[in-house]
Ligand binder design. Structure first.
Ligand code: AMP
Length: 145
């Protein structure tokens, strides 16, 4: 899907928000929902999405939604740091399939990085064990402040 198009509320993140699909929840408030990526590029790979949005990408988003979204991203990124003690943290976001986007509900990746550990390939890693994801989600959630 290119940058042009319309929002499809059958996308997987919309289903997660409606409770139609499971997810390993890390954090939520009235604006954002954070959960573990099931095909993590590193241990602790977390996603943050706006709850009340029909934007496929950053370009389409209402500025009033972007502010609380990125406050949520910062909050969760700090919790990832406190919980997992990474050496660095990549925060990324893709717009359009040619840029690597595969789910067309705006989302931000929080990917902890450790010295000497290669980054897993985007969208090509294996599916994580749900029990491990739940444990990581709880570990990060415990550090939300
Ligand atoms: P992007 O490629 O930037 O659109 O990112 C979509 C991300 O969603 C990828 O990193 C996928 O691994 C992840 N993903 C896909 N399906 C699910 C799911 N059901 N639960 C959690 N993460 C998912």
């Amino acid at each position: 899907m290119s940058l042009d198009g319309t929002y499809d509320d059958g996308n997987i993140f919309a289903k997660i928000l409606r409770g139609e699909m499971p997810s390993a929840r890390v954090f939520e408030d009235s604006h954002v929902y954070a959960f573990m990526d099931v095909f993590p590029q590193s241990r602790g790979h977390t996603l943050v999405i706006p709850k009340h949005s029909a934007a496929r990408n950053l370009l389409e988003e209402d500025p009033a939604i972007l502010a609380p979204l990125f406050l949520g991203v910062q909050r969760v990124t700090r919790a990832v740091r406190a919980a997992l003690k990474p050496d660095g943290i990549m925060v990324s976001q893709f717009n359009g399939a040619p840029a690597g986007q595969t789910v067309f509900h705006l989302h931000v990746h929080i990917i902890p990085r450790w010295e000497g550990q290669a980054l897993g390939r985007h969208g090509e890693g294996g599916m994580a064990d749900p029990t491990e994801l739940k444990a990581l989600a709880d570990q990060i959630a415990a550090e939300i402040s």
